[in-house]
Every structure is written in C-alpha cells, then in structure tokens.
Design a protein around this ligand. Structure first.
Ligand SMILES: Nc1ncnc2c1ncn2[C@@H]1O[C@H](COP(=O)(O)OP(=O)(O)O)[C@@H](O)[C@H]1O
Ligand SMILES: [Mg+2]
Length: 342
C-alpha cells in the first residue's frame, strides 16, 4: 500500500455556455482523497456539487485542470479505456427511479450492469451474484423479480446501490442519495453506505446540501459556494471551528433531521439569495449575504488560505469569524438518530 491518494483533483474548472454567456459551474477546485475515505461536498443548490462529481468521473469533461484516479490522468484515456475504467468508478443518484429502466426487472438491471462491464462470469453466476447483492443491501431475493415502480423510494435506492456495487467499484460518487427519501429511510441508507464502506473499503464522494449529513459520513469536507471551495477542513475541524461565515450560516440553518421533518421546514433555509452564477458578485462572492462584509470584501476576492492546521478558508476575516462568529458546535447538533449510529 502506498500513501498516494486514490483520487486527486487539480484546479478543476467546468464552464457552461448559457445564452452566449459563460456560467462558471465549478472553478479551480482541488482536493486529494485517500482510499477508503469519504470526501463530503456541501453547498446550496446550484453550488456546483453535481457538476464536480460528474467531472471527477469524467461523465463531463473538465474545461481546465486535471483529475488523477489511481495515478492515471483520466483525460488521457480513450473512450474504450474509459468505459473499462467505469468498473472502478460508479455513481448513485438522488432519484434512483429515474436511473432505472422501467421495463427491466430489478434483477435484470443489476445483471445488465455486470454484462456491460463484462464481469460476473456466466449468466448463472451473475444471477447468483445479483441475489447476494440484493441481500447485502437489505432487499429480499424476490426483489429481483420486481419492477422498479413496485418498490418504495428506499428500496429503489437500495437497488441503485446494489447496481453500483455489482461491478466492484473503488470509488462511488453518492449524489444526494438520501435527499428524496423519508427521514427514517435516510438513516437506514446512511447506515448501509457506512457498513459497505467499512466492509469493502470503498472511497466515497458524498454530496448533500445538508451539512449535518455530510459531516456524519465524511473525513474531509469541501464547502462550495458558486462553484468555488470557500472552506476545506476535516469533518471534525469544520464542526468544531467553522471558519467561513457561509459555513457558519449553513450550520445554523441545519435543523436536526427529525426536528425539520416535524416542523415541515426545508433543511436549508439560509438568509439572502444565491446570486446568479452568470453574474457573480465582485470581490468575495459571499459578500452580499455576509454579516462580516467590509469594504475590502466588495473589491478584493479572498484566496483559499490556511487558517489553522489543515483547515483552509477563503475569507479575509476567517480568524475573526471563527472566534467571534457562531460557535458551530454549540449552535448545531447533528440528528441524534444519525449520530447514535456513528
Ligand atoms: N448542463 C448544464 N448547462 C448549463 N448550466 C448547467 C448545466 N448543469 C449545471 N448547470 C449550472 O451549473 C451550476 C451548478 O449546478 P450543479 O452542479 O447542478 O449544482 P448542485 O449540484 O450543487 O445543485 C448551476 O448554476 C446550474 O444551473
Ligand atoms: Mg446536484
């Protein structure tokens, strides 16, 4: 085993052309991820999380920067090589139903994933492996005969997980895998993802707009705002000492999951609106919403810089924010149900 990270992103950018203008969906994002670890991506809707997840898997081509997976620059792979590489890199979506073929039984869908990757041996062996996978993700073997629409949302997501696992991936991008599910089911799916990681040593990129959920699962967390990393820290460091006012606002806005369900409020209700990514504010992109914004913030864009050991933030006042701002740990509690399973 080497200490070389399994995945490296170096100044990755992705732009979209929208009405003749350039939308900077992801801008100069860098990170390193060790095997068996989880990188959390958090930020409000539109902050570039899904785009980054797709660029990392080369489901979208980066416009700038580089993604290195197991020492290999993914941009250098031919179409055929990339298809083979997909065995090692899978994705789980928010809406499992949309990603499943409605006319295929669950069993056929999982077997098909193996056929596409030319693995799993004979048809009989694939069928056997499918049964094992269904059981592993907590579904009855009889689910193989069911059609996706006959299953509950949680069961559909279990199928999505089984299908991703069927090819034996090393890296799985989980793109808001629990956001569409009921609270009690969210807890079960998180627990399942955790067990699978422990058993199989899978590396995760875990995407959510819910900071509480991200922190429970992640080793390292990137906080994205308008496509850029505004804070990067260990999950623990972020929880104890959020340094960016945006992260602090995210923390304050995260209610405990059951509490939010009871009150029927969205889990993220931040003050102010996200500016249009087509015309991001000058200076610090967060300044129009920031309680600490000063003249300097309106003109000078803060670079991502080290504010304490291994903890980076892009804020001119990160130190002051960390001391004088909200105390994240006190203001914020993860769901006791979720925390209890850690
Ligand atoms: N295919 C696309 N064409 C144009 N704009 C896009 C496309 N995909 C995403 N975007 C824009 O890129 C930004 C980031 O989107 P996305 O990565 O989906 O954010 P998130 O997953 O954090 O909600 C948004 O402003 C979104 O509207
Ligand atoms: Mg998304």
């Amino acid at each position: 085993m080497s200490d070389e990270p399994i995945l490296k992103a170096e100044a990755v950018s992705k732009y979209f052309k929208v009405q003749g203008r350039t939308l900077r969906a992801v801008e100069r994002v860098s990170f390193e991820l060790g095997a068996g670890q989880t990188l959390g991506l958090v930020g409000e809707s539109g902050s570039g999380k899904s785009t980054l997840g797709r660029v990392v898997l080369r489901l979208l081509e980066a416009d700038e920067g580089k993604v290195v997976f197991q020492g290999q620059d993914l941009a250098k792979l031919s179409g055929r090589e990339l298809r083979l590489r997909r065995r090692d890199m899978q994705i789980i979506f928010q809406d499992p139903l949309a990603s499943l073929n409605p006319r295929m039984t669950v069993g056929a869908a999982i077997e098909d994933a193996m056929v596409v990757q030319k693995i799993g041996g004979s048809a009989a062996e694939r069928r056997q492996r499918t049964r094992e996978l269904l059981e592993r993700v907590g579904l009855p073997v009889s689910a193989a005969e069911a059609y996706p629409f006959e299953l509950s949302g949680g069961q559909q997501q279990r199928v999505g997980i089984a299908r991703a696992l069927s090819v034996g991936p090393k890296l799985v991008v989980c793109d808001e895998p629990i956001s569409a599910l009921d609270v009690s089911v969210q807890v079960q799916i998180i627990e399942l993802l955790r067990e699978l990681q422990k058993e199989l040593g899978i590396t995760y990129i875990f995407i959510s707009h819910n900071l509480g959920v991200v922190q429970l699962l992640s080793d390292t967390v990137l906080v994205l705002y308008l496509g850029e990393v505004v804070e990067r820290a260990s999950a623990e460091g972020l929880f104890q000492r959020p340094a960016h006012p945006y992260t602090q606002a995210l923390m304050r806005s995260v209610l405990k999951v059951p509490e939010a369900a009871e009150k029927r409020v969205p889990l993220v209700a931040l003050p102010g609106e996200i500016p249009s990514p087509l015309s991001p504010p000058a200076g610090c992109p967060y300044h129009p919403r920031c309680p600490l914004a000063a003249d300097r913030c309106r003109v000078e864009k803060p670079e991502l810089r080290m504010v304490s050991d291994g903890h980076m933030a892009a804020c001119h006042f990160a130190e002051e924010a960390a001391i004088g701002g909200v105390n994240g740990a006190a203001a914020f509690g993860a769901s006791p149900e979720l925390a209890a399973s850690s």
